[in-house]
Design a protein around this ligand. Structure first.
Ligand code: ES4
Ligand code: ZN
Length: 319
């Protein structure tokens, strides 16, 4: 199968597999509220985004040291390499860790150490995008970015995730303005559970260069027309959308309609440890359910390369 060479929408904490949760709990003496692996796995059934986020944040308590974050990152990189990924841009919810007392420097030492060795150790290039949590105040996003910038670690960009339903994008404009002033690349989740207007807002107010998910943009032809005209990439995550009930089944996924509309869509895994598969499995399932052919698969691969935040030389290599 034609595999896309890049992954642009994956939350590092969403790659935390049940086995690693138990191993890290043991290493760090963290008491888990699950009797065993099967008990934990039985909870991976979600009714909406929030029901997933509750478990996702709870499981992060096992991540405590730089070594834990390095192990998590290396496990993802190894699995991505296996899927044929040659360039990955990974999200990190830094506030979910600093908020429970883990210093940003500890988290970032583990993550950036592993990412910095990704080419040598796993054969893929990578970049880090720190994602602000939309359920927390915009002032905390700004403070988090100020703290990270002072640490002077390698950083590709910033993003925005968590629930779209309880805040306005404008709250995060100061953080995104500071990121832009520091030459960082900008992305945001929008149009996942929220309406098409949220997609317009992150483009106009936060000036993002890519939209994460964006599937609900399909409800507004004017928004679709703009995204096509401006060639704004949308990082779509099919299995995530099914598991979080954004769409009913994989066969109902709008990916083919999005391609047919001329949108610059890519296929990604989001939180693969929770949603039933890494990027290869996402692609396999949409290919089968939507009967995608070589033309669509080539377009998806090309879109990924075009949407990646890489220099011209690397883009050429990935093409
Ligand atoms: C997320 Cl699927 C999804 N949507 C929004 N925020 C997130 N954080 C982690 N996964
Ligand atoms: Zn996401």
């Amino acid at each position: 199968m034609l595999m896309p060479a890049v992954e642009l929408h994956v939350h590092l904490e969403g790659t935390l597999e049940p086995e690693l949760i138990f191993a890290l709990a043991e290493r760090n003496d963290v008491e888990l509220p699950y009797t065993d692996l099967d008990d934990l796995r039985s909870r991976y059934s979600f009714t909406d985004l929030q029901s997933f986020l509750d478990l996702y944040y709870a499981n992060m308590t096992v991540l405590r040291t730089a070594a834990d974050f390095a192990d998590l990152t290396n496990a993802y990189l190894a699995r991505a390499a296996e899927a044929g990924v040659r360039h990955a841009e990974v999200f990190l919810d830094i506030q979910a860790h600093t908020g429970r007392g883990i210093p940003a420097a500890e988290v970032l030492a583990g993550v950036t150490g592993a990412l910095g060795a990704s080419e040598r150790e796993h054969g893929l290039t990578s970049g880090l995008i720190v994602t602000f949590l939309r359920h927390l105040p915009g002032s905390e996003a700004l403070a988090a970015l100020e703290e990270i910038l002072a640490l002077d670690v390698p950083l590709l960009g910033v993003g925005l995730c968590s629930t779209e339903l309880t805040s306005h994008a404008s709250e995060f404009a100061p953080a995104f303005d500071l990121a832009r002033a520091n030459g960082l690349r900008l992305v945001a989740h929008a149009g996942e559970e929220g309406p098409p207007q949220n997609v317009t807002d992150v483009l106009d107010i936060l000036k993002v260069e890519r939209v994460d998910h964006g599937v609900r943009a399909m409800e507004d032809p004017a928004v679709v027309e703009r995204l096509v005209r401006e060639r704004v990439p949308l990082t779509v995550c099919p299995l995530s959308n099914v598991r979080l009930r954004v769409v009913d089944t994989i066969a109902d996924h709008p990916l083919r309609a999005m391609l047919d509309a001329g949108l610059v869509v890519t296929v990604n895994s989001d939180d693969p440890a929770y949603f039933g598969g890494y990027v290869d499995e996402n692609l396999r399932q949409v290919t089968e359910a939507l009967d995608l052919g070589p033309q669509e698969l080539t377009t998806l691969a090309r879109n990924g390369v075009a949407a990646a935040f890489v220099d011209d030389a690397r883009r050429q290599e990935l093409s």
